[in-house]
Ligand binder design. Structure first.
Ligand SMILES: *[C@@H]1O[C@H](CO)[C@@H](O)[C@H](O)[C@H]1NC(C)=O
Length: 253
């Protein structure tokens, strides 16, 4: 009897966790990674190699809050720092540091918050940290599925385009926030919604350089920090549906 109730309890806790699948639909290797903001640790290392057309499925805790992205053109031999990849690299190397390994922009993000307070899943595709791969977030319960299936690299405005691989091909498109921050414009930056631009009211989308490049190409993704106002950036799914999600890099267009 003891054994039986233990098994029932263990199964109940497995059912409560959420399942996330990460699929590499790109015809080349990428190195996915995730960062946990709160909620506990998923059942997967924080970074791994994903060969073309392979996937992994793992559990995340019931109220996980975090982000998933993928890194391009990595070489971890002799370099386990953020520059071990052309973009998206993190402190830690192949496995990102759990407290500081958030990833170097530009990087397309899938963001999740399985929120306990509202019993709602909040999720999105975000280019707030720029773009480095086409990406989608789909689910198995018919909730909205944000995506960006187009390659935003080749047509990226020239001041944001890059980094470039050894053949000169752009493997990213930086956000105006990141680009201007690198140039030293950190405070009071309307591209980043900092300082006096720190609220949705004082940081309108039209004050963000190249907002429309990202938003026109991928209308259901975040193109700047307060893009909820577009009503096509932040998505929800009732927590009671216990959705399983798939993050796809290079989804079919
Ligand atoms: C990876 O980096 C190491 C050390 O810098 C280098 O010897 C090797 O050639 C690199 N591998 C590739 C595939 O570029």
């Amino acid at each position: 009897m003891m054994m039986k109730s233990f098994v029932a309890l263990a199964m109940a806790s497995v059912a409560a966790a959420r399942s996330i699948t990460v699929y590499n639909g790109c015809p080349f290797t990428v190195w996915p990674a995730y960062f946990t903001s709160s909620g506990g640790n998923p059942s997967q290392p924080t970074g791994w190699q994903a060969d073309a057309f392979t996937k992994v499925t793992f559990d995340v805790p019931t109220h996980w809050d975090g982000r998933i992205w993928a890194r391009r053109n990595c070489n971890f031999s002799g370099n386990n720092g953020p520059t071990s990849c052309l973009d998206g690299g993190c402190n830690g190397g192949l496995q990102c540091d759990r407290s500081t390994g958030t990833g170097v922009p530009p990087a397309s993000l899938a963001e999740f918050n399985f929120d306990a307070a509202t019993n709602t899943d909040w999720y999105d595709v975000s280019f707030v940290d720029g773009y480095n791969l086409p990406i989608s977030v789909t689910n198995n319960v018919g909730c909205p599925a944000p995506d960006c299936a187009v390659d935003l690299g080749p047509n990226c405005p020239s001041d944001l385009k890059g980094p470039f691989d050894s053949s000169g091909f752009p493997v990213g498109c930086k956000s105006a926030c990141y680009t201007t921050s690198l140039a030293g414009w950190v405070d009071n930056n309307p591209n980043c919604c900092t300082g006096s631009f720190g609220t949705p009211q004082t940081c309108p989308r039209d004050g963000v350089e190249n907002y429309w490049y990202f938003k026109n190409a991928c209308p259901n993704a975040y193109a700047y920090a307060y893009d909820e106002s577009s009503d096509s950036a932040l998505w929800t799914c009732a927590g009671s549906k216990q959705a399983s999600y798939t993050v796809t890099f290079c989804p079919p267009s």
